[in-house]
Design a protein around this ligand. Structure first.
Ligand code: SF4
Length: 456
């Protein structure tokens, strides 16, 4: 189903404007974005992707120290390039970074000066200056994320990347840093698993990675995309640019079924030791089922016929919704009722995303149950019209849906931006271990809301 407009304007903001693509730059150590935008822009983009999204700050450069030309009316009228050059010169002098990214927002793009030329003028063998245009009128933060990666590939990796392909090395894509509130913890766990099965993961985001990882991008044997649509175009670009093939495994695995599928896919692609990979699958599944069985009676409530959720709604990013749908359907026995994807998925990817949901849960979903929208409020509107029995379903989404779920007395788990004004720290739902955390979060919320009392 395509977007159905119920409101005059979208409600419940769940994405930032394109300028919030700077969070991708800020998550790569050694890359410093320099804002060429209005003074309020950074505050506007941080409202969804920063503190309200699990208490995240970019490290080491939090928003308050990101240099900005703070464009005002005077620069819009008389030109802004001198001011930008001055901010850039000071940044080159005082900030420890190797890549300085001049980021143009709406006002700078409307002025239309040649910022690319300034970037070229200030680039030296030691310090690269790039330009990336991220005006909010062009798209949202996921679009901005892709623009930042494209600029880094074209302006830095193509120039300074190493060339010799290293067997078993794999670049990891599909996670949008900061937008995915659990990105750091997820990537840590993924990295550990990939190393365990004999691969050499190359991840550019997060602590201890950064510039060296960027340089290694062309040396990977494969690019691995772990998302339904994000970074697919980046993988295709890397294939065109460096000849690296890509693997599209469409979700970050949660639970024993998806994790085993990922390991076996990688084992086949990279010709890994089958004894090792099967033993890793078994060891991790055994641990999962030990804990699962300890809570089995409670989860399925075999004795008391309590009203625990057996169905769920998603109002979440495509990545989070698909990963969790896969886990709920394959391992936990919850079936989806409707999937709202309020992140404005580009039209060219919608068919693929819909197909993935139908392949994962076609027994329960029809095409009409998968709804692409930029209006986070559509789900709440829909819930008003459904009967009380449906309300016994669980909800996964952002903190906005917590409000909706509380009103409807439904169990809820926050899985995407804005995650809420709480600390996410290294929390994640990755693999078999993360699945246990997700399961506990879901049933604990039901308990907290008093939804486990006996069905009358
Ligand atoms: S939409 Fe434009 S003006 Fe508004 S925050 Fe984004 S870049 Fe700045």
């Amino acid at each position: 189903m395509e977007e159905k407009k119920e409101y005059a304007c979208p409600e419940q903001q769940r994405v930032g404007c394109a300028l919030a693509g700077i969070y991708t730059a800020l998550s790569i150590e050694g890359v410093l974005p320099i804002m060429h935008s209005g003074p309020g822009c950074i505050h506007a983009i941080s409202s969804v992707l920063s503190v309200a999204n699990g208490g995240q700050n970019p490290v080491p450069y939090m928003e308050s120290v990101v240099p900005s030309s703070n464009l005002s009316e005077a620069e819009v009228v008389f030109g802004a390039s001198d001011k930008l050059k001055s901010v850039l010169e000071h940044s080159l002098q005082y900030y420890k970074a190797e890549i300085f990214m001049l980021v143009t927002g709406c006002s700078a793009e409307i002025i239309g000066e040649d910022v690319g030329e300034i970037a070229e003028q200030y680039t030296t063998p030691e310090k690269t200056v790039l330009h990336v245009a991220l005006p909010g009128f062009k798209g949202n933060n996921v679009w901005g994320h892709h623009q930042v990666l494209s600029a880094l590939i074209d302006g830095y990796v193509s120039e300074y990347g190493e060339t010799e392909v290293v067997p078993k090395r794999v670049n990891v894509w599909g996670v949008v840093p900061h937008y995915d509130p659990m990105w750091v913890g997820t990537l840590e766990k993924l990295e550990t698993l990939l190393r365990r099965i004999g691969l050499e993961p190359n991840i550019i985001y997060g602590p201890g990675r950064g510039i060296d990882a960027l340089k290694k991008i062309p040396t990977a044997e494969y690019n691995l995309v772990l998302a339904p649509w994000t970074d697919l175009d980046i993988a295709k670009k890397l294939e065109r640019t460096f000849g690296t093939p890509y693997i599209h495994f469409p979700y970050m695995p949660i639970g024993p079924t998806a994790e085993a599928e990922l390991i076996r896919t990688l084992a086949e692609t990279f010709d890994l030791d089958p004894v090792l990979t099967e033993s890793v699958i078994k060891e991790r599944a055994d641990r999962y089922f030990y804990y699962f069985n300890r809570n089995l009676v409670w989860i399925f409530d075999m004795h008391n016929q309590r009203s625990l959720p057996r169905e769920f709604f998603a109002n979440a990013s495509a990545s989070a919704a698909l990963s969790i749908t896969k886990y709920f359907v394959s391992d936990l026995g919850l079936s989806p009722r409707r999937i709202y994807i309020p992140e404005d998925v580009p039209k060219k990817h919608r068919k693929t995303v819909k197909k993935l949901f139908l392949e994962t849960a076609g027994e329960y979903l029809t095409e009409e149950d998968i709804i692409f929208t930029d209006d986070g409020g559509l789900f709440e509107q829909y819930l008003k019209d459904v009967d009380q029995m449906v309300r016994k379903s669980a909800v996964i989404g952002s903190i906005w849906d917590d409000i909706t779920a509380k009103k409807a007395n439904m169990p809820f788990v926050s899985v995407c931006a804005p995650y809420g004004d709480v600390l996410v720290c290294d929390k994640q739902y990755f693999g078999t271990d993360g699945a246990l955390t997700l399961m506990a979060d879901l049933y604990n919320d039901a308990e907290k809301k008093g939804l486990v009392s006996a069905v009358v």
